[in-house]
Design a protein around this ligand. Sequence first.
Ligand code: 13P
Length: 288
Amino acid sequence: MALVSLKEMCEKARKGKYAVGQFNINNLEWTKSILQTAQELKSPVILGVSEGAGKYMTGFKTVASMVKAMIEELNITVPVALHLDHGTYEGCYKCIEAGFSSIMFDGSHFPIEENIAKTKELVEVCAKKGLSLEAEVGSIGGEEDGVVGLGECADPDECKKIADLGITILAAGIGNIHGKYPSNWPGLRFDILEQIKKKVGDMPLVLHGGTGIPTDMIKKAISLGVTKINVNTECQLAFQEATRKYIEEGKDLQGKGFDPRKLLAPGCEGIKKVVKEKMEIFGSIGKA
Ligand code: 13P
């Protein structure tokens, strides 16, 4: 199946009261593990690519070619979107050219008027090409240089201004952050989410920083209009833990245990487990 945009996927999720997971990819093993799990569970899936991960994989064209070829070679029939995560203005154009099916423009650090102007321009470009566009208001915090921010909350009026531009889906900060949540994290701000929802109506919403958010909060967020949830760190931690165990048990020193296909296999199983658990919580299983 060819790559799809988020439009139909998220519209269906909004109506069906479930969310589609965005799982970030870093390499071939990540991509394969996520695609195979989605296919096995008959779930739609979004492959997220940050600008850093795109660079690591040698560029967005390499990523798009790999993902498209893998979908064909693995006979993946569930809907798959290839989505730029937290794109810069320039990065958005690079991904449009590379053949991504969905773009996120993160203009949250710009003054609102500039965020509006750039988002508006990208809405038109994406619409012409049949791509979906995610925009962001109220930056999602996280760990930067060892300092953990507690997560900004978006201004509901600014959310309405951006939503009215014709974007496909809106990411709005509601106290969520990327990476592990600190022990003093007060939780998601459902009061703000409700205010945003009132302003933007049926616009599907995105919850970033899906790692470590308790299940009851995830379910409540879905009931209040969240239809896309991003998960990255949790897959990385699962991969790291399984790889560490393999090496600490000395398995890389036994027989051909040094073969990368063997060495990376437990980590891949770790990723698959996380993706499955998340899809269960998000309610996307069997929805493809
Ligand atoms: P986590 O790394 O906290 O799961 O966040 C992922 C994310 O929001 C990517 O945009």
